[in-house]
Design a protein around this ligand. Structure first.
Ligand SMILES: [Zn+2]
Length: 286
């Protein structure tokens, strides 16, 4: 599933092609892709056609095109959504859900094999957390880890918010109303980097320890961005169809049975909320 670094990689790839361009036509090929839009696919196409894209923005895993009428096209990639610039000679594409043709002839394709992704042409609204204009359906999403760590006091402030919770610290990291953009992969990697067991209750950790965890998360995400994100299969790709290479640098996620890169102990897998957690039992003692 794409997390913050993957969505940000796509945003950076897309922005130079979209900014300043007018959307000549929009074709929504599957109604399911517009299932959140109150008026469905027809309304979505009508709201974006003829509009100029002024910017491509993001918070957490939410990515949106800012339109010149003050509205936005919100894109959520779900499990397997892709925004690609297909080569001109590309043939029939059974995973194509929507296509947007720009005034310079560029076509932006929304592809989605597992169909959990969606598009929504909607208005901007102030975030409930910091007032920043975001798509109205994302108003409840907290600032993401990159936004938080861009501010000098950000890590300490977030540490206080995390400490106010009683559940395990990993569970708090995944709560998009506390901090957004962190999914299972980066939660496990940042907990390993900070030598913390994710099951430790958040309110048992000190502010300095938690601020260190937040800064470790920033560092992991920066390294992933430099590698173009994490691709475990062909589902997550850049706008040009290429994979990211951060999976080669993962320390623990998906690596049960291999050696911890720091101490050599065997990485273990643990059950966590119908999913898995990966950790080093020696470095990450409770
Ligand atoms: Zn270790």
């Amino acid at each position: 599933m794409p997390e913050l670094p993957e969505v940000e990689t796509i945003r950076r790839g897309l922005a130079p092609h979209l900014a300043g361009r007018r959307i000549e036509s929009a074709a929504v090929l599957r109604d399911r892709a517009a299932r959140r839009q109150p008026g469905g696919a027809a309304e979505l196409a009508a709201r974006v056609t003829g509009r100029r894209v002024t910017a491509v923005d993001r918070r957490g895993k939410y990515l949106w095109w800012v339109l010149d009428d003050g509205a936005t096209l919100l894109v959520h990639l779900g499990m397997s959504g892709q925004l690609t610039l297909p080569a001109a000679e590309a043939g029939p594409d059974r995973h194509l859900r929507a296509a947007f043709t720009l005034d310079d002839g560029t076509v932006v394709a929304f592809r989605d094999q597992r169909t959990f992704g969606w598009l929504w042409a909607c208005d901007l609204a102030p975030s409930r957390h910091d007032g920043r204009p975001v798509p109205a359906p994302a108003a409840h999403i907290a600032p993401d880890l990159l936004e938080v760590t861009d501010r000098a006091r950000g890590p300490a402030e977030l540490a206080h918010r995390i400490r106010a919770r009683r559940s395990g610290v990993k569970r708090v990291l995944l709560n998009q109303e506390v901090v957004s953009g962190i999914g299972n992969i980066y939660a496990d990697e940042m907990l390993w980097a900070a030598r913390l067991d994710g099951e430790v209750p958040a309110d048992e950790l000190g502010v300095r320890r938690l601020a260190g965890l937040i800064r470790a998360g920033r560092a992991v995400m920066e390294r992933s961005l430099a590698a173009g994100g994490t691709s475990f299969d062909s589902l997550y790709v850049h706008v040009n169809g290429e994979s990211g290479y951060f999976s080669r640098e993962l320390a623990v996620y998906g690596r049960a049975g291999s050696d911890c890169p720091r101490c050599g102990a065997t990485v273990v897998r643990r059950r966590f909320m119908n999913r898995s957690s990966y950790l080093c039992p020696r470095c990450q003692r409770r």
